[in-house]
Design a protein around this ligand. Structure first.
Ligand code: NAD
Length: 260
């Protein structure tokens, strides 16, 4: 087991990628806090982890709410005494061209991805800097941290910005033994992606099959979706990596869609 006695907080972990990472961490011996807007779903995920023999805590958290994020980190420390890994994963999508995108929708998307990541970072660092062992900050970026697609401006902008946040954490955190890295998945079949297939089909005037074939998977080497297990494996590798040789990096897992 690669995360024995580690404590991890994952935002947006009630479902999708966050849940897959939480389940993987728990199987590797970590105690995991499942933080999500949807408390009932977070409770369900935590219960499933406990039934599988793991240790988990569900937390109601809107990552755009500073008080809620701080309270979530405090709850983890109150329960388990420390915080070793924080993964800013909560995310939403909005499909619309820039010329009609409202400022409100821009702010809604960037608030969850970027402001949320900042709030998780600052709350986590305050705790990790008190621990002699330091800790690990992780961000759920995307291939859209590296390149742009039409109709996703606030998402693409926020995902690019996470690279800058991560690199700054790597520099400031080094003296406190805090590492920081970004996970950049290609398309993974989760509710976030399933919702945007019909939306993109409508916006682009093409069929849903064409969105999958000609938009989402067009530039992969094998026309395959990335899986939840693929991303959980990368998240485990980054969390369990033993030294600061791996910090300030972004790892792309996308079936070759983006090669850096
Ligand atoms: P998802 O919709 O399945 O899960 C997102 C979770 O975040 C949900 O449980 C939701 O309740 C929660 N959430 C949303 N807003 C929140 C908020 N304000 N506070 C707390 N929780 C909130 O999506 P997913 O595909 O699992 O996405 C997870 C992350 O992975 C996102 O950051 C997304 O951008 C990123 N990502 C996804 C893909 C993909 O193809 N699915 C690819 C690259 C990156």
């Amino acid at each position: 087991m690669r995360m024995t006695d580690k404590t991890a907080l994952i935002t947006g972990a009630a479902g999708g990628i966050g849940r897959a990472v939480a389940e993987r961490y728990a199987r590797e011996g970590a105690r995991v806090a499942i933080a999500d807007l949807d408390l009932a779903a977070a409770e369900g995920t935590a219960a499933a982890i406990r039934e599988a023999g793991g240790e988990a805590l569900a937390l109601a958290m809107d990552v755009t709410d500073e008080t809620a994020v701080n309270a979530g980190v405090e709850a983890v420390v109150a329960r388990w005494g420390r915080l070793d890994v924080a993964l800013a994963n909560a995310g939403i999508q909005h499909i619309e061209p820039l010329h009609t995108l409202s400022f409100a929708d821009w702010r809604k998307v960037t608030a969850v991805h970027l402001d949320g990541a900042f709030l998780v970072t600052s709350a986590a660092l305050r705790q990790m800097y008190q621990q002699p062992e330091g800790g690990c900050l992780l961000y759920m970026g995307s291939v859209h941290s590296k390149l742009a697609s039409p109709l996703k401006a606030p998402y693409v902008a926020a995902k690019h910005a996470l690279l800058g946040l991560c690199r700054t954490v790597a520099k400031e955190g080094a003296a406190h033994r805090v590492r920081s890295n970004v996970i950049c998945p290609g398309f993974v079949r989760t509710p976030l992606v399933d919702r945007q297939i019909p939306e993109q089909a409508q916006a682009l005037g093409i069929s849903e099959e064409a969105v999958v074939r000609d938009v989402m998977l067009k530039d992969t080497v094998d026309q395959e979706f990335t899986t939840l297990d693929d991303i959980a494996e990368v998240a485990l590798h980054l969390a369990a990596f033993p030294t600061a040789a791996l910090t300030g990096q972004s790892i792309v897992a996308s079936h070759g869609w983006y090669m850096q």
